[in-house]
Design a protein around this ligand. Structure first.
Ligand SMILES: [Fe+2]
Ligand SMILES: [Fe+2]
Length: 396
């Protein structure tokens, strides 16, 4: 070989390896940071395309439920789906083999329908199966039309695509695992939340006119918690636990719970027992959230001045969630009609809080409430209206 030519080749080789390394280094962090499957497919298709200098590259995955192969295409086009056995991609899935094709139109395995649909002219093609940890084919890498003079893919291109396929398969597998874990976590949380509301609804359904009291108390407690300065996670916990604050009412007889007139001492004592009862029921759980709800249920009728029940706790002896829920609970009780009273007008409710600042309620919490009064009262009104609309729609 002439010396000059050999040197040129070595230089070209070096710069090509450098280019590959540079590509890998620029894509790795992007791929590692991408959490969504769609995004991953696009990134890996881009990496494959640049690596082998193809005009197009896509990563097809098997959807075993529909027996199709699907891919995410960049540039605004959504998903593409093809039957699992179609074309070169289908061949690679079935046979598990790599394909290196110089002229697609001379190959009987070519499915020219996609060219017809997209007004494209496929010439050279490479396909490489993607295998999961157990060696099973999970998808296929496909590169179409080599750019540059040669216009055909080389063995080296194929090797590079094979390596990228190994790396991509591992990335996709771990992304799937993360997605599944995330889904089951979300499912569990949603179930828990639903159960909490069902529990709350059961206690609420016993007393006829408090409709949606628990939803409003949960929402107002959440807002109060945030404005009071609690971290988001704590506020979320309060929002989730608050619907159970009156759970203990399940043990109160109907005649007492829905009595329109004044209570006798005995009835009042029975009514007051709901705080302790709810706490006891919920405390039986080992779940942190339900135990937190137990504390909230057991303390939402304590008063800042120590004259509340069931324990007569005073000031900061009262758990904060209970102090917060007490404010939201009374706001909703006063502003809503009850069997023993009509709804109070907004101004009168506000005056009551000013009066009870430092007596029934922690002063700072009343300050927070008054400072955000319009927003709090609006959300009270809004939930009321939403639930009313839902009821009317259900009645039609
Ligand atoms: Fe209560
Ligand atoms: Fe309540």
């Amino acid at each position: 070989m002439d010396k000059d030519f050999a040197e040129k080749m070595a230089a070209a080789e070096l710069s090509d390896s450098e280019r590959v390394l540079e590509l890998l280094f620029s894509y790795m962090p992007k791929i590692a940071a991408e959490r969504k499957m769609d995004g991953l497919l696009v990134l890996m298709a881009d990496l494959g395309r640049s690596l082998v200098q193809a005009d197009r590259c896509s990563l097809w995955l098997i959807d075993s439920e529909t027996n199709e192969l699907w891919t995410k295409v960049a540039h605004g086009v959504d998903q593409l789906r093809i039957p699992i056995g179609a074309g070169f991609v289908g061949y690679s899935v079935k046979s598990g083999e790599n394909l290196l094709v110089e002229d697609a139109y001379k190959d009987p395995r070519f499915d020219r329908r996609s060219d017809e649909r997209t007004h494209y002219r496929t010439t050279s093609v490479m396909t490489v199966p993607l295998r999961d940890g157990s060696g099973k084919v999970m998808g296929v890498y496909q590169a179409i039309n080599k750019k540059g003079e040669s216009a055909v893919f080389s063995k080296q291109d194929l090797e590079r695509l094979v390596l990228t396929a190994v790396y991509s398969a591992k990335t996709i597998e771990s992304a799937r695992l993360t997605e599944e874990l995330q889904k089951s976590k979300e499912e569990l949380e949603a179930t828990q939340e639903e159960l909490i509301h069902i529990l709350g609804d059961i206690s609420e359904s016993r007393s006829h006119e408090t409709g949606d009291h628990i939803r409003r108390v949960a929402e107002i407690s959440y807002k109060l918690a945030l404005y009071y300065g609690l971290p988001q996670a704590e506020a979320n916990k309060i929002r989730l636990a608050a619907p159970m604050h009156d759970l203990g009412k399940v043990s109160i007889p109907d005649a007492v719970l829905n009595k329109p007139g004044r209570f006798t001492d005995e009835e009042f004592a029975k009514m007051k027992s709901h705080a302790g009862e709810g706490e006891q029921i919920l405390m039986q759980s080992k779940r942190e959230l339900l135990r937190f709800a137990a504390t909230l249920a057991g303390s939402h009728h304590e008063r800042w001045d120590g004259k509340g029940y069931p324990r007569g706790l005073k000031g900061e002896e009262i758990p904060l969630a209970g102090r917060i829920c007490a404010v939201a609970d009374v706001l909703d009780a006063l502003a809503s009609p009850r069997c023993y009273k009509p709804a109070w007008p907004e101004e009168k409710v506000r005056e009551e809080f000013v009066k009870q600042r430092g007596a029934q309620f922690q002063p700072e919490l009343v300050d927070v409430l008054l400072e955000h009064w319009d927003e709090m009262f609006d959300s009270f009104r809004q939930i009321r209206a939403e639930m009313e609309a839902l009821r009317q729609a259900a009645a039609v």
